[in-house]
Write a protein that binds this ligand. Structure first.
Ligand code: MRU
Length: 363
């Protein structure tokens, strides 16, 4: 199977051709069941984002964009002001589903900007162009991340030796469209003719929701890349063993100073990487860089339900009834621990605010 054929199989988010519903792969059922589900109402779209049926920062943005296009197409008002006011209500409702990934707000704001910019064209035309804008958001070309990351892999390549890559959570095709972010260097390597055995990807399991075990190891294994799964608390011994040459992770929001929020556990990986002298790269589409958030301290961290820690995935509850549970979904990696932030427009190195400005981000 070519990389392109693989991507065609895994279309995380799409609009049905007749535009009757939003069609997603239900990621809560993976890897056991590959099932597409159809979302029609605002409650169904909100619930799918909240419950991580669709997840990963870029995929959440695409789902919200298609979602608001679908909901807007059903607004009965044909006068602009009444239409816009209903649109805003729906937009605010979808925006309340998850707080951390900035792509959700970025995509919804972009959809609103399209409404405002086309006021004079009338409601019917606006409804149509919202679907087109959502297509563009989904298709944002982040292949450049893979090209830059592949350049780093080439520098590490030594005859007869596989390159050891560690990743955390899922920042792959399931979280985006096509290449993913942290996985993009690996998929580009396959496209350029590397064998799946030229690299060896170690996936952190990613407690408590197991994105590494259920999603990343599933998609990389399917793509033919040598893949090993380890529990999160095994990352230290793995790094010490010398098996890891480089680390790529995704992110949900990067602050102006380069602090990066990603799945819980990422900052621990970065601290270990610093200790063992392993380069640690954050892969970030420019849509994930939030110049209005000055430092990581300002990034809202989503807190999730205790049952994800105590019961989910277990046959029976694995903690005493009534125990207090701490379950933040994300943490922030300090910019001082990050070797570089790879965007589709170029590599950014510290000082990050200057590097982002040089790429025209936030202008
Ligand atoms: O809670 P999730 O599964 O939505 O968290 C996803 C992550 O943290 C990803 O690493 C991030 O969104 C990058 S996806 C390209």
């Amino acid at each position: 199977m070519t990389v392109e054929e693989f991507f065609d199989q895994v279309i995380t988010v799409r609009m049905r051709e007749d535009r009757s519903s939003l069609d997603i792969i239900d990621q809560t059922l993976l890897p056991g069941t590959i099932k597409r589900i159809h979302l029609n109402t605002k409650e169904e779209i909100w619930e799918a984002i909240k419950k991580l049926r669709v997840r990963g920062a870029p995929a959440i943005g695409a789902a919200a964009a298609y979602g608001i296009a679908l909901l807007a197409s059903g607004i009965a008002e044909d006068q602009y002001d009444a239409f816009y006011s209903r649109f805003k209500e729906l937009k605010d409702y979808l925006a309340s589903s998850r707080p951390t990934a900035v792509n959700l707000f970025w995509a919804l704001n972009r959809m609103e900007a399209a409404v405002i910019a086309n006021k004079e064209r009338g409601v019917a035309a606006i409804k149509e162009l919202l679907f087109e804008e959502a297509d563009r958001i989904r298709e944002e070309d982040i292949r450049g991340i893979g090209e830059i990351g592949f350049g780093l892999l080439k520098e590490l390549k030594k005859e007869g030796k596989e390159i050891g890559i560690l990743t955390h959570c899922n920042a792959g095709t399931l979280a985006t469209a096509k290449y993913g972010t942290a996985t993009a260097p690996m998929y580009i390597a396959l496209e350029k003719g590397w064998a799946g055995t030229d690299m060896h990807v170690y996936c952190d399991e990613t407690r408590p929701l197991l994105q590494g075990a259920r999603l990343t190891s599933f998609e990389l294994n399917n793509a033919g890349i040598t893949t090993t799964l380890q529990c999160d608390n095994m990352a230290s011994i793995l790094m010490k063993s010398g098996k890891i040459d480089i680390i790529f992770v995704g992110c949900d929001r990067v602050a102006r100073n380069g602090d990066a929020a990603n799945k819980i556990g990422t900052s621990g990986v970065a601290i270990l990487a610093k200790h063992y002298g392993i380069p640690f790269y954050v892969c970030a589409p420019t849509s994930t860089i939030d110049m209005d958030t000055l430092t990581g301290d300002q990034i809202p961290i989503e807190m999730r339900s205790p049952d994800e820690v105590t019961e989910m995935w277990y046959k029976e509850r694995m903690a005493p009834e009534g125990i207090n549970v701490y379950n933040p979904a994300f943490d922030v990696t300090d910019h001082s621990l990050i070797t570089g932030i790879i965007t589709e427009k170029g590599m950014c190195r510290a000082p990050y605010d200057k590097a982002f400005e040089a790429l025209g981000i936030g202008r």
